[in-house]
Design a binder for this molecule. Structure first.
Ligand code: HEC
Ligand code: HEC
Length: 465
């Protein structure tokens, strides 16, 4: 065992990580086997499943999404499938022989080996196990209050048909099932759990795929060390926190976290005295003795929302939850937005603008938004756009990287650096305006702009795990 682990670690496989931010559902979810509620539509997909043990046949993808509220974790699967079959109808039967989806869930990230399974076939037969070190019961397990529906729910059997195209599963798993292993039920914002989502079975094109890749030589979903990570987030709560803050705190602190007449700025990037969730909570609930900061008579839930809001103000973009479709943002970056013509990202792209590969780890979200929408008062050093003609009649357009009385260095639009003596230049025109357009709020639709922000904020190469 140890040997295999070492080999895998050496191959870099054990380090691969799959991460998903589970958003708090803003609107109710009806468990009917259809992922058509607004909450589902706005939830981001978890990303492609991996066909680690693929030999041949179609890699039919699964679009999985997750949501949460005070009571449940919600999981939705949309399975592309041209050959749908399911025959197991007995509770806890071998459903993975059929077309089947599975959730393997570790509520304690320090103890991934304590996990719970939910395996459901296309006609809605479920198998559950509690694979924890404290479970002394039978090999199967009866979770409390799980509600779920599949596209062929309750059918006596599902034979393959030429109309087969996809099937869906929608389920609500009450958090109370995990009280023994989870730090908090319901989870607190920012809590991380581990899990994997799997798909298996069927007669024709019988593939095994998983959301988080599993470095095992043969299909083995029971590999908790390879589970991905989910983080519970509540973007909407932060918005509410902002509203409560602006209502209750601006007598002393400034609007939107700025400095006020009698209190310090809570959103500025200085070294903070109090930055942990607990310390902030404590300061707001009990006040700060010996200072003007009073104990605030606010509901517990409201204080938590303000804390989330303040932490959001202080965090760099990568730590924030930025809604939007990142994949669409990426397409925009390289396509319509033409950002990639001037900017490098992950080793690819243009050289005229700064490398944006770790933008999200270096800048706050507000600064990124500003870079796209606020014109600069002057052209920054090292980015002065220029057009010149050499005495030989060659035209060059680019930016001045460096210049003195005798020479200049110009980076042209194709990324070539020109070293020119002044006497070789017959005509030169400096543009009064910076190269980068600063009105993307008008050039892009609101959706496009948001998707781009979602994508840019996650650029943190070499900065986060
Ligand atoms: C009566 C004025 C007053 C009101 C109202 C007030 N504060 Fe303060 N607050 C202060 C002062 C003054 C300090 C600085 C205390 C110190 O010197 O440590 C402070 C400090 C804080 C700190 C600690 C900052 C840090 O980094 O250590 C937090 C957090 C905070 N306030 C949050 C809030 C919130 C949230 C509200 C509204 C729910 C609020 N305050 C309302 C005056 C006020
Ligand atoms: C014509 C070239 C050009 C295009 C197109 C362009 N940029 Fe820029 N960008 C620059 C240059 C040059 C700078 C640095 C000087 C400045 O700020 O104007 C810059 C600065 C930035 C910054 C600030 C970087 C920092 O470290 O704070 C961000 C963010 C940015 N660009 C993102 C984008 C995005 C996103 C797009 C596409 C929607 C885009 N840029 C399109 C040239 C460009």
């Amino acid at each position: 065992m140890r040997c295999l682990g070492t080999l895998l670690a050496a191959a870099g496989l054990a380090a691969a990580q799959t991460v998903y931010e589970v958003e708090r559902a803003r609107t109710p979810i009806v468990i009917d086997g259809k992922l058509d509620e607004p909450a589902w539509r706005s939830a981001p997909p978890a990303g492609d499943f991996h066909f680690t043990w693929w030999k041949e046949g179609d890699k039919e993808q699964t679009v999985a999404k997750m949501l949460w509220d005070d009571d449940n974790l919600y999981v939705g699967f949309h399975c592309r499938d041209k050959h749908i079959s399911a025959y197991v109808t007995q509770r806890h039967g071998p459903v993975s022989n059929d077309d089947c989806v599975e959730i393997f869930l570790s509520p304690d990230p320090e103890k991934a080996a304590n996990y719970y399974t939910f395996e459901i076939n296309a006609i809605g037969t479920m198998l559950n196990r509690c694979k924890t070190d404290w479970w002394k019961g039978p090999p199967t397990w009866e979770p409390e209050g799980v509600r779920y529906r599949t596209s062929f729910h309750g059918w006596a059997k599902k034979d393959e048909s030429k109309d087969d195209d996809h099937w869906e599963v929608e389920l609500a798993i009450p958090f109370k099932n995990f009280e023994r292993d989870a730090a908090n039920t319901p989870p607190r914002e920012g809590d991380q759990w581990r899990l994997n989502l799997n798909r298996t079975g069927g007669i024709t094109n019988r593939q095994s795929s998983s959301w988080s890749p599993i470095p095992a030589p043969r299909p083995q979903f029971h590999t908790p060390s390879a589970f991905g990570w989910v983080r519970f987030v509540d973007p909407h709560g932060k918005e509410e926190g902002r509203a409560i803050y602006n209502r209750s705190c601006t007598g002393c602190h400034g609007l939107d976290g700025a400095a006020g007449d009698r209190g310090p700025a809570l959103g500025a990037t200085r070294k903070y005295l109090r930055s942990s969730e607990e310390d902030l909570y404590e300061a707001i609930r009990n006040g700060i003795a010996g200072t003007l900061m009073p104990a605030m008579a606010l509901a517990d839930a409201d204080i938590k929302k303000i804390v989330a809001y303040i932490r959001g103000l202080r965090a760099t973009a990568v730590k924030e939850h930025v809604p939007g479709d990142r994949a669409a943002g990426e397409a925009l970056f390289w396509g319509k937005g033409e950002c990639g013509k001037c900017h490098t990202l992950g080793g690819r792209g243009g050289l005229l603008g700064p490398d944006l590969s770790s933008l999200g780890a270096e800048r706050r979200l507000a600064a990124i938004r500003e870079a796209l929408t606020q014109p600069l008062p002057h052209v920054p050093r090292g980015y002065q756009p220029v057009r010149l003609t050499t005495s030989e009649g060659r035209a060059i357009r680019g930016i001045v990287k460096n210049e003195n009385n005798f020479s200049l260095q110009v980076l042209d639009e194709s990324g070539k650096l020109h070293l020119l003596l002044r006497e070789e230049v017959s005509e030169i025109q400096y543009s009064p305006e910076a190269l980068m357009p600063r009105d993307y709020q008008r050039r892009l639709t609101p959706d496009e702009f948001q998707n781009l922000l979602a994508f840019l904020s996650k650029q943190a190469r070499g900065r986060t795990r």
